[in-house]
Ligand binder design. Sequence first.
Ligand code: ADP
Length: 500
Amino acid sequence: MLLASALETELTAPNGTRWTQPLGLFIDNEFVTIPGEGDITTVNPYTEEDICSVSAAGPAGVDRAVAAARRALSDPSWKQLSGTERGHLMTRLAALVEDNLDTLAAIETLDNGKPLSVSRSWDVPHFSEVLRYYAGFADKNPGQVVDVGPSKMAYTLKQPVGVCAQIIPWNYPLAMAAWKLGPALCCGNTVVLKLAEQTPLSMLYVARLIREAGFPPGVVNVINGSGAVAGAALASHDDVNKVAFTGSTATGKQVMRMAAGNLKAITLETGGKSPLVVFDDADMDQAVRWAHEGVMANQGQVCTATSRLLVQDGVYDDFVARFKAYTARTSVLGDPFDEATYQGPQVSDAQRRRVQSYIASARDSGVAVFQPEAGAVPWRGFFVPPTVFADVDASSSVFREEIFGPCATVSRFGSEEEALAVCNASRYGLAGAVFTRDLARAHRMARDMEAGMVWVNSSNDSDVRVPFGGVKESGLGRELGEEGLRGYYNVKAVHVNLTG
Ligand code: ADP
């Protein structure tokens, strides 16, 4: 065992915020390390310097976390709680996260590179919002009595699925954890949450608050670890009943294969290449503003990014000129701790290189590449300037593949039918947006786009009360809203004989 002092370290953010950072695996309400399983260093994407090293779970750590979750599932301290009492614990956690807003926002920005203004105004408050929303459902999710005639009675019970492995990505560490913890805890499950190795710090801090909120040991276990080791061990673990995954489509497919071993329940939220369609009659200011936000926010690291802009012939040139000018004005690159910054660095050097390789391949194949901020990229940090690929052909890789960076393709179309055909000619089906003043056309497009979510005259709205998820290779199942509960309970049917 490492010394207890290695389980935490003192950190200070550039804005002066100081905190004690947990570094271990959070299992059974304790931070622990497993001898021989090593650690992973997390890097500040703005300074490119190491922040600290965090314990990484290997197979033994995963086994221990799953065993803790299994014990907790049937322990009376959790199993015997009413939904109302579970809801109270969740509400308490939401309040504790709110009390720690400054610290958690600083951690999220330090570890992920997203602007502090965004971490403060969205990521941290959203965690509490999601927990509260699902706390409200905890005692409002009853089964049914089914009328089967006078001599029998039948009813259903909604029961926890069991031990849930939850694997989250690095683009929204707190938010993605909340989307998974909220419905799981609401329904009485226990959890092993695997953090993304690039951004483990905020949820390890929250783990301490989970204990403080009064959750019994083992109900929520939080582990860092590499995807190939800890993620794979969880997805294939025989004592896990469900796996919920958010990440790339390629990894999602692997997770699905691994989950097949013991027929785990599964929800997947994977990649996208979502279209945003601008018709001639659209409000051009709105279209430009949302097109920018829809692909440039969060450094373009958003699965629902509307990264394929399809613009009708009549307004194409005007749109492209305005979109470039708006991007040049709005996408201010800089220190994520600086209030003026709109776009921070990409999360890691690997991500930066990946995005840059798409830009290079587009250039090589003759695509027009526009980078308004190219002259203002900070001298350090994993930055990629906002990039607009104009007049892009539907066969090019930047049009078809998810880049996961601040990169938009713009292509022209003639008719509504043509636009719809291009929208749907994708293996992905996460989201889509349509800009038009024609009400009937807006609803036709919303109905016919092959997507889990459609925005009309907007992009990337997300609301805890509204289901989120994709079709085709963008995912299986839904998160958020009442729909988000479905993946976290089993329905048991009980038949009662009433004859004497
Ligand atoms: P990215 O390539 O953007 O990091 P991934 O889909 O690989 O996206 O990662 C999302 C999450 O999935 C992370 O927590 C990562 O550790 C995990 N992961 C990666 N590979 C695997 C795998 N083979 N099995 C299970 N989880 C994995």
